[in-house]
Design a protein around this ligand. Sequence first.
Ligand code: TRP
Length: 476
Amino acid sequence: MAERETWTSRAGFIFAAVGSAVGLGNIWSFPFQTAANGGAAFLVVYLAAVFLIGFPTMLIEFVIGRRGEQNPVAAFKKLGYEQWSFTGGIGVFSSFVTLAFYSVVGGWVLSYIVGSVTGAYFGDPGAYFGAVSAGPTAIAAHAVFMAITIGIVAFGVTDGIERATKFMIPAIIVLLVGLAVWATTLDGAAAGYSYYLSPDFSTLAKNFGSIVPAAMGQAFFTLSLGFSVMIAYASYLGRDDSLPADGSAIVVINTIVALLAGFVVFPILFATGGAGGAGGGPGTAFVALAGAFGALPAGQIIGLAFFVVLLFAALSSSISLLEVPVAYVSENYGYGRSTTAVAMGTVIFVVGLLPALGTNYLTLYNDVVFKFLLPIAVLLLALFVGWAADREAMDELGRGSSFGESFTTVWLWWVRTVVPIAVVVTLYLGVKAIYTSFQKGVYFRNREILGDTLFFSTSWWENMGDRYSKTVIFVF
Ligand code: TRP
C-alpha cells in the first residue's frame, strides 16, 4: 500500500482543521441560533461551551489521531484497544450521514449563488427557497456540490484538502471582514450590534434549560467534534508540534469567523426589519437573508459575496466529512483513494436524495446525528481517553506541548469528569427534545391504494391536538 500522506506543514494542518470547523455552522446556524436564543445571552454560554468543553474534547481527538496514525477505526486498534474501535465506527457512520444532508444544504448555497447573479430570489425570497430547497433543483445542486467535494478529496490530503483549504479559509476571512465593514454603513447596524452584544441575563435565566444544550450542541458542531474528523486529520500530522497550541489556534480562528458572521448578519437583518422570524426551520436563514439582499442597495453583489463565503465554508467542511469514510474504506480494504472517493461520494449522494426531497427529512437526519449520535460519540471518546488509554493520552499530549505538565494533568481530570457530565446532560436534554418533537408529529410509511394501484408513501403526521394533519412527502 502507498505510504501514508502527511500535511506539508504545521500551517497545512491548521488550515485543514479550521476548514473543517468553519462551515455552515458558523455562518448559517450560529447567528440564527444566537438570534433565536436571546442574542448575547446565548453568546456567553456558547463561548463558555466552546472553550471549556469543546477545546478539551478537540484535544481528545488529536491525541488519538496523532498517536494512532491511522483512520479513526484502525487508530484504536493500533493503540492496543481494539474493543473501542466501534467509537471510530460511530464517527465514520455519522460523517457519512451528515455529509448526505450537508451536501444538500451545500447545493442550496450553489442555487443562491446562481440566484444572486440572476437576481432570481429578489422578488419573492420565500418562493425561491421553496423552489430550490426540495425537488429536482435541489437534487441537481446536491449532485454538483457532491462532485466538487469528491474532486477535492480524490486529489489527496496535501494536493486536495490542504491546498483547497489554504485558498478557501483566507478568502472566507477577507470577504467576511469586507462584508462586516460594509455592514457598519447600514441604517440598522447599531440596533443589530446591541442585540448581538448586550447580554440580557434575564433571558438566560428564564431559558437556561434550553439555552445550555443548544449552546453545547452548537459548540460540538462548530468544532466538528465527535465524528472522528479531528482523529483523521491529526493522523496525518507526522510531526510533534504542540497539540494544545494548534488546538487553541483552531478554536480561536473558528470563533472569530463565527463572531464575524454575526457582525455581518445582525446589521443586515436589523436594517431590513429585525431579527424577528429568525430561528425556525432550516430555511429561515436563507429566506431572511435573501429578502434582505433584495431590499438593500448593491444587494446583488453583497449577496453574491455572502453566498460565496458560505460555499467555501461548506466545502472546506464537506471534504473533511468525506475524508473520514474514505480514509477508513481505502485503508481498511486497500482500495485506491480516488476510486474510493468517487464510490463513497456516490453512495452518500444517494443517501442524500431523501433530504433533497423534503426539508423534514433534513431535520430528521440532523436531529438523529447531532442530538443523539454526536453526544454518544463524544462521551465514549472522553471515557476512552480519560479512563482506558489515560497514560498514552497524557504522554501524547505532552509530546511537543508548550503548555507544561500541569496543563496535561488538569486536562486529564477535566476529560474524566467535567466533559462526560456535560455531555450526558446535553444528551438527556437532546433526547428529550426529540421526544417532544415526536409528540408534535411523526414520519410514517403508508401503503395506499389509489384507484387500483398500490403505492407507498411517507408522510409527516402532525399532532394537532384532537387530530393529525397529514402531509405526503414522498411517494414511490
Ligand atoms: N463544523 C461544521 C460547521 O460548522 C459542521 C460539522 C459538524 C462538521 N461536524 C462536522 C464538518 C464534522 C465536518 C466534520 O458547519
